[in-house]
Ligand binder design. Structure first.
Ligand code: G1P
Length: 294
């Protein structure tokens, strides 16, 4: 049995420049899909997968994320006094237990690989999950849960992948797939943001990873790569020479909520998925008479 994955790392230091001015003073991870912030989706997905410790790599202007995962006595008292017990129970249920969150800062925006490296002392010599909170999934069971199943079988490092349009490969990390079922196949290579026509496949790394702690020493020596940033993909490529990497083409679909289109689409589909919102929402959309736009 591989060593259990108890810790998840959430890099939340990004500047959110694609969402200005909304993200000028507010972290992009607090943008909401329907009524939940992006970061909450990632934390819920991790919890469903059995994660017990939640590590946030933050940056400037991100204090509100820490507040979001803390108790709010004034709010709770008000809800209690007003008899709003369902809302109160929901708030409490979503909170990680005391002592099960850690916050560390990435002091300079040097790239995703550097952000992950900033969590090295907290994670220690343990396997960990890495979740990029911009990427929100419509999947049941959750994508990390599906990846944990593969981890229990294969151990090593696990990467979640999904198909993209061949014209979009240069926005992502792309893998080279070996023989095996979608639930777990060997990864033979990977490249960060290849040019269209030079990618080994159209399977992209969609922001969910299970990694072994040996990645940290590789990250500490990692030179800058694509976009002049320290890339996690480049260190994973080196780790691939020493340890197995398994891909999971999970059952589900990602919405890149760091982009306006992905974010808007996620809001529509997540609203339509909600029993308490669907009927009213469809009624309002019909009233808009979108014929000309669709
Ligand atoms: C990062 C990763 C990339 C991955 C992507 C998913 O890129 O480096 O491999 O495909 O996240 O969102 P970024 O979006 O930070 O440029």
């Amino acid at each position: 049995m591989p060593k259990r994955v108890r810790t998840a790392v959430f890099p939340v230091a990004g500047l959110g420049t694609r969402f200005l001015p909304a993200t000028k003073a507010m972290p992009k991870e607090m943008l909401t899909v329907v009524d939940r912030p992006l970061i909450q989706y990632a934390v819920d997905e991790a919890r469903e997968a059995g994660i017990e410790h939640f590590v946030f790599v933050t940056g400037r202007n991100k204090g509100v994320i820490e507040d979001h995962f803390d108790r709010q006595f004034e709010l709770e008292t008000t809800l209690e006094n007003r008899g709003k017990t369902a809302a109160l129970a929901e708030l409490r249920k979503e909170l990680p237990s005391a002592g099960r969150t850690s916050f560390t800062r990435q002091q300079e925006p040097l790239g995703l690989g550097h952000a992950v490296w900033c969590a090295r002392d907290i994670v220690g010599d343990n396997p960990f999950a890495l979740l990029l909170p911009d990427m929100v999934f419509r999947a049941n069971p959750g994508v990390l849960r599906q990846m944990m199943d593969a981890y229990e079988q294969h151990g090593g490092n696990i990467i979640g992948v999904e198909e993209c349009d061949p014209s979009e490969v240069s926005s992502y990390g792309i893998i080279e797939r070996g023989e095996g079922p979608d639930t777990g196949f060997p990864i033979n290579g990977m490249v960060e943001k290849p040019k269209v026509g030079e990618a080994p496949s159209n399977l992209f790394i969609s922001g969910r990873y299970i990694l072994q702690p040996e990645i940290f020493s590789l990250l500490s020596e990692q030179e800058k790569g694509a976009g002049g940033e320290i890339q996690i993909t480049d260190s994973m490529k080196v780790l691939m020479e020493q340890q197995p990497f398994t891909g999971v083409k999970y059952d589900g679909k990602v919405f890149d909520c760091g982009s306006k289109l992905g974010f808007l689409t996620a809001n529509v589909i997540f609203a339509l998925d909600r029993d308490d919102i669907r009927d009213g929402f469809v009624k309002e959309l019909r009233k808009l008479d979108l014929g000309d736009h669709l």
